[in-house]
Ligand binder design. Structure first.
Ligand code: FES
Ligand SMILES: [Fe+2]
Length: 328
């Protein structure tokens, strides 16, 4: 996982006021809780005293109290009270738990996974999904590294195979391009030109005309993705890393075709179920990919021009990891 990036890690509704939630994300035991004014706090779930799970404690006056010996931690992770020392005692500065900056938008909780000297610039959600969209969400566990789950959604050559019965119907196997372009420092966009085999060779991305329409796919680091199915229908996914071998797909079917309550919910439900069928088709194969994690160098994999989305993702991951001082 790339350090110093924002990651969507939970849906807002999963963290309720007064009820700390313990989860594994980014390979770490983390606890999420809310202050009285609703701010989400993310901290290590391992009490720095002797390691009790903090999420089993209670929130009182904007402090999370450890269930074991009652140490109280403020939203900055600093211990403010050690009952056994008495109220008059000074609390050592070192008695603190790690916290990650959080940001909440579009009913998602993001954490900045890394070292932030100053508050980092908030993550960008997809601007074209406005308030007029409604959505239904789903969550799926995949036994994969999140990079494989992300790459699968940037892979346009698999559509007529894995999804022959759904979105890949019609046998458009020849992959012209795809065209991939950066979208700021933190993302990129992809245009798809799959077609039937008419005897002409697949065209390279550099031979394709400048796109006139919106991109088909957008990715933003660390882990969010958006499929622009039409102006009024979108699929959103956050590839949420649990650990090196497990990932949660937080998916959403967004639409603004049907706006009447009830009908809207039915429409969203149908869209969500369809998205789950498609995700299951992917999961069946991606779960078996080896090695578990994708890398740019030394992978030994034979990347073709049609894998342009995968390649671009790997290159940017590589650069961002290097910038964060990490090995690939
Ligand atoms: S383990 Fe948390 S206060 Fe002792
Ligand atoms: Fe797929």
């Amino acid at each position: 996982m790339i350090r110093n990036q924002w990651y969507a890690v939970l849906e807002s509704r999963e963290v309720k006021t007064g009820r700390p939630v313990g989860v594994t994300r980014m390979g770490e035991k983390l606890v999420f809780w809310r202050t009285a004014d609703g701010q989400v706090v993310c901290m290590s779930d391992i009490c720095p005293h002797i390691g009790a799970p903090l999420h089993k404690g209670k929130v009182k006056q904007d402090r999370l109290t450890c269930p074991f010996h009652g140490f109280e931690f403020d939203q900055g992770g600093q211990c403010q009270r050690v009952p056994a020392l008495g109220t008059a005692a000074a609390i050592p500065r070192a008695l603190r738990t790690r916290v990650y900056p959080t940001h909440e938008t579009h009913d998602l909780i993001f954490i900045f996974w890394g070292e932030a000297d100053q508050p980092p610039t908030p993550p960008r959600f997809f601007e074209s999904i406005g308030e007029d969209f409604s959505y239904a969400s789903f969550r799926q566990h995949w036994p994969v590294h999140y990079s494989r789950m992300a790459e699968n959604q940037l892979d346009v050559a698999h559509l007529p195979f894995i999804h022959a019965s759904t979105i890949g119907r019609g046998g458009r196997m020849v992959v012209d391009g795809p065209l991939v372009k950066p979208d700021g420092e933190d993302g990129f966009s992809l245009w798809v030109y799959n077609r039937l085999d008419d005897g002409t060779p697949a065209r390279r991305a550099e031979d394709l005309p400048e796109p006139e329409r919106h991109p088909f796919l957008q990715f933003r680091f660390g882990n969010i993705w958006h499929n622009w199915i039409s102006d009024d229908i979108r699929v959103f996914i956050a590839f949420v890393p649990v650990d090196e071998e497990n990932t949660l797909m937080y998916g959403r079917y967004y639409q603004r075709v049907v706006r009447l309550p009830l009908l809207r919910e039915l429409f969203n439900l149908a869209g969500k179920l369809g998205s789950i069928v498609i995700a299951n088709q992917d999961r069946r194969i991606v779960s078996g990919q080896l090695p578990k994690k994708s890398v740019l160098k030394k992978s030994g994999e034979k990347i073709l021009p049609g894998d342009g989305g995968i390649l671009y993702y790997r290159q940017r991951r590589y650069e961002l990891k290097r910038a964060a001082g990490q090995e690939e």
